[in-house]
Design a protein around this ligand. Structure first.
Ligand code: AHM
Ligand code: MG
Length: 344
């Protein structure tokens, strides 16, 4: 990309301001919130790029609330996002994978504080950092219900359909900020030379059908029968629908999701013996990605229910997840219900 080409790209900030101007009543608070998240993302990106050089990779020696080994970068990313949201002043409550309780950012008069709730996984897939595999941040944004003066976890436990925005940042071979406000999905690539996210993937649409699926097949023996049938079906040869499909599993949800969003495909983290409720968390992994995928023309299901309609009861709740191309999610549901068999 030369500097002449660069001039044609819109920055994330310009894009947000343009969108904001379409709403005459807008105060600019939401635009500032997205900017705060993008700035934190740039800081985490900078730290990630040096992860092999300075002492920030590896485990902290602590386990998080999920009982998982906390990586130093998990803790660092959590602090960066909390700091940016505190400083920005638009957010009143944070829920993070790396913190057991919701974190209120102000408890005084709501009019003086932020009106947005941000739920996030500061660094998803962080066990991959040491081996230089792409990881990501996932965020979900809700509005504080009107009249609430002291925000608490109860205010954050809204169903996914109430999200007003959701997005992720993938720290990959390039760094991208992808988000939706319910009006399509747009992707911005970080140009490190100018430190700006530039609109590189406007109006992303996920193909209705892909030719790859992403699942940890090492857990095969503990999958339910319907899922085993579906996997067998995807592995059969049929030129009509380009089977057998390929397996593509990075083991880093944001990266697997991002590839499937652009190319078509299906990501599955089902119920397993070790994780009977699935592994991924509803509030800051499944819901935001479900909002994005639906906005791009895809689907997200628990296997039996639309993810966005699951009623949450706790911050770190887990949920089985089938997410990606429309036809592949529908096929998964049909196999799980027993209405299709691999021989069909
Ligand atoms: P994390 O939030 O603790 O990083 O865990 C979530 C990650 C996902 O990024 C990834 O898809 C999944 O766990 C991989 O799990 P597994 O190793 O069981 O296949
Ligand atoms: Mg995660």
């Amino acid at each position: 990309m030369d500097s002449v080409g660069l001039a044609n790209y819109e920055t994330l900030e310009q894009f947000i301001i343009e969108r904001q101007n379409q709403f005459p009543m807008s105060t600019g608070a939401f635009s500032r919130l997205i900017r705060d998240l993008s700035v934190a993302g740039k800081i985490v990106n900078r730290d990630m790029r040096r992860a092999g050089l300075v002492d920030i990779s590896g485990a902290t020696g602590m386990v998080n609330v999920q009982g998982e080994v906390q990586q130093k970068m998990d803790a660092l990313a959590h602090s960066e996002f909390v700091r940016a949201l505190k400083r920005g002043g638009e957010c009143c409550l944070i829920g993070s994978e790396e913190h057991a309780e919701a974190i209120p950012l102000q408890t005084n008069n709501q009019e003086e504080g932020g009106e947005y709730i941000v739920l996030l996984d500061p660094l998803d897939g962080s066990s991959n950092i040491e081996v230089n595999v792409s990881v990501g941040t996932i965020f979900s944004i809700y509005k504080l219900p009107s009249g609430v003066v002291e925000p608490s976890l109860d205010d954050a436990l809204q169903s996914g359909t109430e999200q007003i925005a959701a997005g992720y940042i993938v720290y990959g071979s390039s760094t991208m900020f992808v988000y939706t406000t319910g009006n399509g999905v747009n992707g911005f690539t970080l140009d490190p030379s100018i430190g700006e996210f530039l609109l590189s993937h406007p109006n992303i649409r996920i193909p209705h059908q892909g030719t790859s699926y992403s699942i940890n097949e090492g857990n095969y023996n503990s999958f339910e029968e319907g899922l085993k049938e579906y996997i067998k079906w995807m592995q059969l040869t049929d030129p009509v629908d380009n089977r057998p499909y390929s397996t593509r599993y990075i083991g880093s949800f944001v990266s697997d999701f991002h590839r499937n969003l652009l190319k078509g495909g299906l990501y599955i983290y089902p119920s397993t013996e070790k994780n009977p409720e699935g592994k991924l968390r509803l509030m800051y992994e499944a819901n935001p990605m479900a909002f994005i995928v639906e906005q791009a023309g895809g689907l997200a299901s628990t296997g039996t229910q639309r993810v966005l309609e699951v009623t949450p009861d706790r911050l770190h709740q887990r949920v089985p997840l089938y997410i990606g191309s429309n036809d592949m999610v529908l096929a998964a549901e049909a196999f799980l219900s027993g209405s299709r068999l691999h021989t069909d």
